[in-house]
Design a protein around this ligand. Sequence first.
Ligand SMILES: Cc1cc2nc3c(=O)[nH]c(=O)nc-3n(C[C@H](O)[C@H](O)[C@H](O)COP(=O)(O)OP(=O)(O)OC[C@H]3O[C@@H](n4cnc5c(N)ncnc54)[C@H](O)[C@@H]3O)c2cc1C
Length: 302
Amino acid sequence: MSLKDGQYKVIAEVYQGEKLPLIVNVENGKVAGIKSEEKLADTNLNKAVIDTFSHEISRTQSLNVDAVSGASYSSKGILVAVKKAVVDAGGSTDDNEISTANVEHYDATTRTNVNDYSNWREKPQKIVKTIDTDLVIVGSGIAGLAAAVQAGELGLNTVVLEKNSFVAGNGGGVEGIFGINTKMQQAAGIHTEPEKIIAKEMQLVQYRVDGSFWVDLVNNSSANIDWLIKNGVKLTKVDDYAGICQFPTFHWFKDGVAASGYVPYMKKKADEYGVKFLLNTPAYSVIYEDNKVKGVYAKTTE
Ligand SMILES: Cc1cc2nc3c(=O)[nH]c(=O)nc-3n(C[C@H](O)[C@H](O)[C@H](O)COP(=O)(O)OP(=O)(O)OC[C@H]3O[C@@H](n4cnc5c(N)ncnc54)[C@H](O)[C@@H]3O)c2cc1C
């Protein structure tokens, strides 16, 4: 593959229709990186998408990159913009693979496909240890920690498998949490109308999501926040994300990050319930019997 070297300026349409100017750098005929124009303010979430995509696209020379969790709209907009840059550089993006006409094609057999989950039912060659438990949670990000605490409340014997050497996942950088008509909002004299928020969110994604999830999230958001606070999570203020969002539904974690206001408290709570965390232990595949998932195979360093 050989694209024309240069810096290609393109505009990505991101969350809420905002325009995010990007520079796609092509070096030695390949996409070498993506960055936003430095002077322009963009959100942490957009930066996370750009960093992830920059790394994955330059590594694989493919646009088959998973959307960044929590930023699917921006992910899609940024990918569309990168496609345009590839075309500007004389390439094409059929099946999302970056190529140019009349040049060597990517050898699929040598590529590690980041979306290849074909081993999901494979049994490892060697099993060194078996742990019997009521519940296994894969991943100790923001969701895994909440699941661990809830499992503790329910009295379940629980094991959490975490591939990293620390808990938090992407959740450590999360700044705050969405809530409607919470006690914090009431105390701040804020009233929000759920119907308006659901209607706006549905409109923003062009009605291509299942609205019942939004209704569920909205209806439970206040009770969810009560539950988090009961379990020690520290929230400091509620606003419209410092003027950026349309509705004042953003509840900030202590110090503006979950690494400070959420993760340590939820981990402590899960520990108190006796949840067992196995760090550096990636889940590898599932144990699938009688059309049911009965467990998980994981790699251990023990
Ligand atoms: C920069 C940034 C800012 C954000 N800000 C906000 C915000 O302010 N508010 C908000 O609501 N959302 C925000 N989001 C979105 C939010 O981070 C995600 O929605 C949230 O982290 C998803 O939680 P999760 O637990 O599903 O995933 P993660 O937090 O990503 O956790 C997944 C965990 O699973 C582990 N794991 C993965 N594969 C395996 C495996 N095979 N075996 C074992 N462990 C595994 C990972 O190591 C990780 O610890 C933000 C995202 C980013 C990137």
